[in-house]
Ligand binder design. Structure first.
Ligand code: SF4
Ligand code: SF4
Length: 452
């Protein structure tokens, strides 16, 4: 991204902000603020938003800690966190203005919190804010929930948590599960008390799924005073989310109440980092130097009620690219916004599986690598040629699908090993009918093999 001077930036930001507000996106409680002065990959300063409750500056780019780099453990033959690389990424992120780090007890089979805590505790506590969650998906007792909550402090090496979330509400049985996890056991009351005691600085929830649950929790705002809410928002989900939970609706409800919004899945599980050739060409024509992913980050960051946009950055190149997009943010113009929403509708029309790669469904007791199967299938479908048997590239696309499948997913972990036990179903926040999709993908793969 080319460097622009501050005056020009403010002019663009003002014009685009006005355009977005006119388009129905009212501002929430946060506002832009000048960042730090160190050299940034984007050539300027990180864009910050202000938390209206604490008045602290929050970097527009937040670090999602659910995809830390892994190393093969030569002794046990299993993967372990590459702590040295995690430290390097965290150091670089803090040095370049990132203040917000988001983890959960569940991430990376429980390894994310300790790894994040180790890396962050090497920095002054006031230089970062940490978000973690109550991932009480299996045991709904108050005792288990409190144990999980207290463990987070130990694993993160902190004596207060900046942002604490009820994790992934809205999934499974919706309202019933919500009651079991947070109301019947008194845990929401406990967390509100912990906030009063100062051990939680901001209390919110991350939402997936049943829109009734979202509406119900928002109706409690006068009572609970949600300090922030985390939602899935990107230019596809703005108008095309599963379960009628369009991001336009969720964002509108939150920003009209002045509740700061934290964004997850700005890249829709990575799908918006690599879109089909036709849309990619249009991106490149408009902004030749920008990555495909940068469009999705500019979309999420352009809404003024957004506090931070989370990205799970495993590799330094992703961190540098995202820093570049937000140092500083160049908000979308009205024309760019319209173009992106149209592209989002086109992408939504592709028959992909709405898997974001969150891994909540893992491990499968029969060894199926569920997110890897869906990721490979989605990648090939999004590229397009595999769907058109009359296309000149069809033969090549078919071979690439089959060879790429064996490379991306070991044979013993492919869709044909799904026995349909259904154990994964209740864990999927996107409510994907996983066994059915596995069967369909297996049949699709077999049909491609028959054509050789
Ligand atoms: S339904 Fe299939 S993918 Fe899901 S847990 Fe059972 S075997 Fe694994
Ligand atoms: S299938 Fe569902 S739970 Fe599993 S990785 Fe995809 S979105 Fe997450």
């Amino acid at each position: 991204m080319e460097k622009i001077d501050r005056r020009e930036f403010l002019k663009i930001a003002g014009a685009a902000g006005a355009a977005l507000v006119a388009g129905g996106c009212t501002a929430g409680g946060s506002e832009d603020s000048a960042g730090r002065g160190a050299l940034k990959p984007g050539g300027g300063d990180m864009t910050y938003r202000i938390n209206p409750k604490t008045s602290e500056k929050v970097s527009l780019l937040g670090y999602g800690c659910m995809r830390w780099p892994l190393l093969e453990n030569p002794v046990q033959g299993q993967s372990v966190i590459d702590q040295e690389e995690v430290n390097r990424l965290v150091d670089y992120a803090i040095e370049h203005g990132i203040t917000y780090f988001d983890t959960a007890p569940l991430y990376i089979q429980g390894w994310s919190e300790p790894a994040t805590g180790k890396a962050l505790s090497r920095h002054p506590r006031e230089s970062y804010t940490i978000a973690t969650k109550l991932s009480n998906f299996n045991d709904f007792s108050a005792q288990a929930a409190k144990k999980m909550y207290h463990n987070s402090f130990k694993r993160l090496q902190v004596d207060y948590i900046d942002y604490y979330l009820l994790h992934a509400v809205g999934g499974g049985s919706g309202m019933e599960l919500l009651r079991q996890r947070f109301f019947d056991n008194g845990i929401l009351d406990f967390l509100v008390e912990e906030r009063s005691a100062g051990r939680i600085r901001n209390l919110g929830f991350s939402y997936h799924g049943d829109v009734k649950v979202f509406d119900y929790l928002i109706s409690l705002h006068d009572q609970v005073k949600w300090d922030f809410v985390q939602i899935q928002m990107n230019y596809v989900d703005w108008h095309n989310a599963v379960n009628d939970a369009d991001a336009e609706y969720l964002y509108g409800e939150l920003s009209s109440r002045g509740i700061p919004v934290v964004i997850m899945e700005p890249l829709l599980g990575g799908r918006l980092a690599k879109v089909n050739e036709h849309i990619t060409q249009q991106f490149k024509m408009k902004r030749p130097k920008d990555s495909v992913a940068s469009w999705a980050f500019r979309f999420a960051g352009s809404y003024p009620g957004v506090l931070t946009v989370l990205s799970g950055m495993t590799y330094m190149e992703h961190l540098v690219d995202n820093l570049s997009t937000y140092s500083p943010l160049e908000p979308l113009s009205q024309q760019e916004l319209e173009f992106l929403l149209e592209a989002g509708d086109q992408i939504a029309a592709f028959p992909v599986v709405p898997c974001t790669g969150c891994q909540y469904c893992m491990p499968c007791p029969y060894g199926v690598n569920i997110p890897a199967v869906f990721a490979h299938y989605n990648k090939c479908i999004t590229e397009g040629a595999i769907l058109d048997t009359a296309a000149s590239e069809y033969k090549k696309a078919r071979m690439e699908y089959l060879i790429g499948y064996d490379r991306a997913v070991p044979k013993l972990r492919q869709a044909d090993h799904c026995i349909g036990c259904g154990r994964c179903l209740k864990h999927c926040p996107q409510q994907i009918k996983i066994p059915r999709m596995m069967r369909e993908i297996d049949e699709f793969t077999e049909s491609l093999k028959q054509q050789i």
